[in-house]
Design a protein around this ligand. Sequence first.
Ligand code: ADP
Length: 607
Amino acid sequence: MQFTPYALINFIVTLVALWLGYLIWSRRPGIGVRAHVLLSFGLMLWAFGSGIELLVIDLNAKLLTTHMTYAGITLSTSAWFVFVLQYTGYGKYVTRRLILFLLIEPLLVQVLILTNPLHALFWESIALEAVDGLTVARYGYGSAFWIHAVYAYGLLLISLILLVRSLIRSSPLYRGQVTYLLLSSLTPWIANFLYVSRLSPLPDFVDLTPPSFLIVVATAAWNLYRYRLMDIIPVARDTIVEGMTDSIIVIDRSDRIVDINPAALRLLNVPAGTALGRPAAEIITGQEHVVEQFRNVDEVDSEIETEIGGKRRNFNLRIIPLRNRQQELTARIVVLHDITGLKQTNEQLKIASERAEESTRLKSQFLATMSHELRTPLNAIIGYTELSLMGMVGNLNDTQKQYQERVLANSKHLLGLINDILDLSRIEAGRFELLIQPFNVADWVRDIVEQHAVLASEKGIGFASELDPSLPEQVLGDARHLRQIVVNLISNGIKFTKEGTVSVTVRREPPHADGEYWSIQVRDTGIGIPASQRETIFTEFYQVDSSLTREFGGTGLGLTIVHRLIMTMGGTIRVESTEGAGSTFTVTLPLVPVKDQAPAPVSAHLT
Ligand code: ADP
């Protein structure tokens, strides 16, 4: 064993390579990561082998270390070649076949070194020599060695050419990283030249190639680490940015274009190659208001409208500021996404929906007018039929009377239907007005109850009512329409109940944060409503079971009108029901009590 500080250099290189390899390994997966880890591993073997060789003095021991050194050298050169292929966008050539091919030479070299005493092809002579008090091995290189050297330098040369091409092609934004890589890859050439030419100031047995290769490994690691290869190495940029249909422009701190993709060139009608390095405002002419936006230092996500080639175009403009670690703005990425088509479709949709709304309104208006006009002759029919039934046009015999009664009943049914349609279409056409004025709740309830108690008893069912005494005597509201709501609910209750009771409960609701409310509850013990239909019964013409229509009559309009009326009054309606056991409809309305004196009637026009 002997000691020399030159061995130490190699051990330091070994450790640094180990660390770099680990650092990049932690970044996987990513383009070039595996190649880089292999590169670091190769350099580790190379430097460690060279270091040990300097420490041992026995020739056999020295020869043993060359296995490690050459495994490292051959591995690093192959790994470097693979790394450069991937880095410069030729990753698709890195196939299993290529890897196997690249492994041939390292294996061959190992075999040649092992069998060298038999053929002396790798080293013609090996001798120990004392230099500066150290025992060093002198190798006389054989033909196989020179073939290996040519092969290794061939790989390095191809890598160098690939890097130069990439440098020429890449946009300024990426030129920095490519340049560093290119320059660093020159250092092994220089070190090797010094070693071979013996121009190195160090003793001639010291090979500086491992430390110089460390520079390459470190620069590659820096590129991978700093630029996160996957994100913005030239390859990733080419495939993502170049192929994108959105326009992408990268602008530096002084508003100069440093990168622009083909979509942006097409959009701005700028010939390729003229834009890079020039101020954005100079290249993008006639779009001052757009370029003005590029100056934004903060992130922007807005819509812009502009004219390009005489056509109005809409874009979604996104500006993403890029900052360095000191938080200084280094560049801005401008992304223009064409939304002209989307915008036009939206506008067309808007027009179409406005038209549809208008036509529905006109239809409802027509219905309102028509049903109003229909009522007049119908009222005449009803009036005259009643007169004739009263015997005003002479005595009727039984058959005549029966016929006239049928006419009267059907006309009244028709009138009810027309009234429903008129109400609904008036609400829909926006021609519906609430007449808000004070009314006496007790009188209002009594009136309704009196009318329906008779109807219920005729059908053989009970009728009950309850009025909460805490309700104010007078409240503000549209008594006529409120009556219409309750009458509708009670009529349904009676209609769908065969036995039992229909009851009406009017009460004051417990105080609520957003105001006072009162409620009217109509409960029946009838057929009930299936759960799935409890929402739909409020839509027009809807009936739970159309066979019921035949049994009970009705149009499916009643609850729709009730619902709309309640909504215009600012109230709500909900239904609870058990099939076969009965239903409960609860209407909740804002309670506006009338204080002291009754105010003048208020008319609210609601749509
Ligand atoms: P209709 O004129 O048919 O009564 P509505 O809009 O008033 O129209 O009611 C719609 C449907 O809801 C009815 O056909 C019926 O199927 C159901 N319905 C309404 N009220 C009750 C109730 N109290 N009990 C059972 N079913 C009801």
